[in-house]
Design a binder for this molecule. Structure first.
Ligand code: IPE
Ligand code: IPE
Ligand code: MG
Length: 253
């Protein structure tokens, strides 16, 4: 991954620029990016992988500790079979070709979403990348793949119900912390900021529980066009936001 130390220094020194501890990204608009260039949607997805590498690199350089990207939703199964196959192939290639670089950059990779229904070879690849990077201590990169917030919460409820029916947990002892422990993201702080590209202003089932108090920034650009300039623009907007968490102005963080 390339990096430009000069830009990093400038960014870190920019007065008042707040860096989110956990950044979530809904990488949207690959299809529209391709269409506007007269290209097939698949080219948009390929360009989207380049933008993914870019944001991993930017997160490392700007000191974002946790980055979670939405790459395939449980609802994306309703797309044409060819497109789904292509996206899956891209994930395989990303994992295989970037593993070395991610490892060298001290990135810890986790894939969240349901593994049920994924081919055994893909599941092995996912386990492999997670295991190989498990002891890394730099950026925590979480890829939401075959992920849906409702499915995640449903799965958590099921796990809790199993514990209750086994007599290991009393219903009156279920707290928000119990639910958090049963989510895929256990151990990650809630996202401070969620970005969505392509001008759509919705969360589309991304980190529903975890994003309860996230700042949302919507960007007009399609995902493949999202670059360092866009990233800085988003951080500037985020830095101006006042987070209240239900309190009043003076209590904001
Ligand atoms: C985001 O781009 C990638 C995935 C959802 C897999 P889209 O493929 O949704 O692109 P648009 O929204 O059709 O432009
Ligand atoms: C959300 O984008 C999912 C991902 C970016 C992976 P979609 O393009 O699937 O969302 P909708 O259909 O516009 O809500
Ligand atoms: Mg889309």
């Amino acid at each position: 991954m390339s990096s430009d130390p000069a830009i990093t220094t400038t960014a870190r020194q920019a007065p008042g620029l707040k860096i989110p501890v956990h950044l979530g990204v809904i990488m949207d608009g690959n299809g529209r990016w391709a269409r506007s260039r007269g290209k097939p949607r698949t080219e948009g997805h390929m360009a989207g992988v380049k933008a993914l590498r870019r944001i991993v690199d930017l997160s490392i350089r700007y000191g974002v500790a946790n980055l979670t990207v939405f790459s395939f939703s449980s609802e994306n199964w309703s797309r044409p079979r060819d497109e789904i196959n292509f996206i899956f192939t891209l994930l395989r290639r990303f994992v295989a070709s970037d593993l070395e670089t991610l490892y060298r950059n001290n990135v810890r990779v986790r894939i969240i979403g349901t593994r049920l229904g994924l081919e055994a070879s893909l599941q092995r690849l996912i386990d492999d990348v997670e295991q190989k990077t498990a002891l890394n201590t730099g950026l925590n990169l979480t890829v939401a793949f075959n992920y849906g917030g409702r499915a995640e919460i449903t799965e958590a409820i099921r796990r809790i119900a199993v514990a209750v029916s086994a007599g290991e947990l009393r219903p009156e002892d279920i707290t928000e912390a119990t639910v958090e422990r049963a989510l895929y993201t256990y151990g990650l702080p809630d996202p401070d900021l969620i970005i969505r590209t392509s001008g759509e202003q919705r969360v589309s089932n991304f980190l529903l529980w975890q994003g309860a108090y996230s700042e949302l920034v919507f960007v007009e650009q399609n995902w493949p066009d999202f670059d360092e300039r866009s990233f800085l623009g988003v951080l500037e907007e985020y830095s101006l936001r006042e987070r209240r968490f239900g309190g009043v102005e003076a209590q904001s963080l």
